[in-house]
Write a protein that binds this ligand. Sequence first.
Ligand SMILES: Nc1ncnc2c1ncn2[C@@H]1O[C@H](COP(=O)(O)OP(=O)(O)OP(=O)(O)O)[C@@H](O)[C@H]1O
Ligand SMILES: [Mg+2]
Length: 510
Amino acid sequence: MVMREPAGGADHVVARSVHKRFAGVAALRAVDVVVRRATIHALVGENGAGKSTLGRLIAGVHAADGGVLEVDGRPVRYSSPREALVDGITILAQELTLVEQRSVIENVFLGVEERTGAVLRRREMRARYRQLSEEAGFTVDADAEVATLRLADKQKVEILRALARRARLIVMDEPTAALTTEEAQQLLAIMRDLRSRGTTIIFVSHFLEDVLAVADDITVLRDGALVRSGPATGETVDSLVTAMLGRPTDTAFPRKQPAAADAPVRLSVQGLRRAGSFSDISFEVRSGEILGIAGLVGAGRTEVARGIFGADRLDAGRIVVDGVARRIRRPRDAVRAGIAMLPESRKDQGLLMDTTVLGNVTLAHLGEVSNRSIIDRRRERRRALDVLTEVGVDTAKARVAVTTLSGGNQQKTLFAKWLLKRPAVLIADEPTRGVDVGSKRVIYDLLLSLAADGMSVVVISSELEEVLGLAHRVLVMREGRIVSEHVGSSLNQEAVLHAAFASTEGAAAS
Ligand SMILES: Nc1ncnc2c1ncn2[C@@H]1O[C@H](COP(=O)(O)OP(=O)(O)OP(=O)(O)O)[C@@H](O)[C@H]1O
Ligand SMILES: [Mg+2]
């Protein structure tokens, strides 16, 4: 049975003049926020604005240095997430924390047993699981091993786990960042549903349309300080962007430089095949060209990228870089061949979290022999600082550990790491995931200028607008194959969508 709280209105969490510093960085400066019960309260702001810090503070991950935090009208001072959970507060972090090798149901009840004082027996656990699914309004196969689930389902497991722990306030830090459009819409529906059942949600997101679609209240942070906090009514994407950046910005796509049709081919792949993932993949990318790869989830886009980069084994096919056939069996071979890749998942971004930002950017690339002289190294460091500036990471951060960076700035650091070497080919899988609107434009400009400098760029993105806005030519993949090529007049949304859906049109429409 679910007790309905009196709907929306009463203060659930109140922050008064909350401060938080990290080794000299003011992550939050005197922030005042009121989160009303049974509402969706969005936190927006640029990368590094303090959104995750505020969410973590409320969920007991960090303690504030100053100010007052009140929950249900009582001042609290959590020194661990466990303490916040006693008050019904939990967080779904930017990185999920499930035990991959265990089943869904085990994960949902992991740690709950001790709290309730009794080990739940299997049958009780099943019954309780069904009850939770009803409460949540969705379910996930209880016996599936978590490792086999798609990210969207893992998040559902996290939500079920939160409900099993009787959470009444859930902080969701960029929960849709790695989801497809469809999955994201589904999660938004779940959030609305949870709200209608009395759960309060703090929603951190860079997708301002999503924020406007679900949020009751919006708090805008800039550089650790509160810009404003209040009802979502009346806010627009433009008003939020202006508040976040402190100035209006151009969110449109930059103008593409036309790619020369007779420029040399830098990447050519022929007949790539990986059993169960894709087959017959052949295409070329010329110097100066940005090739987009579009398609529905599961169409095989990321798999092809991983295959070219040597992250997954190919069963057949030829890869030629700058006219030389290359044997690529692992990422190291790809890097040597002049291919760089920005992977889609933050988890295997290839950053050493405890190493400094500068260290990561200048790190000898995957086993590259490092017998460079001191002068070379010094020059490299200087260039690294330039590249960091280019991608929009404050060089004051150059000597701190990557783990202390905000999510978006980690993404940009990875970008800088690959840019330092100016590869022949850059494969960017979801290059703007998790970065703020202002930085998105920076990354678009960067990709275009890299192409203009002669690089071949391959962009994979679930945001169709992004693929269309950036690419000179778009390939559409469906069920592991390339089904169409779009260039010139066929490079438009209708044509690409049509190709992506084609054979499944009936199913998609129903
Ligand atoms: N554990 C930490 N140690 C040191 N500095 C930190 C730590 N966590 C956050 N910071 C710093 O605090 C500031 C705010 O970071 P926060 O992660 O809250 O930003 P954010 O708004 O969530 O950004 P993003 O959109 O990129 O995720 C940043 O300058 C960040 O580098
Ligand atoms: Mg964050």
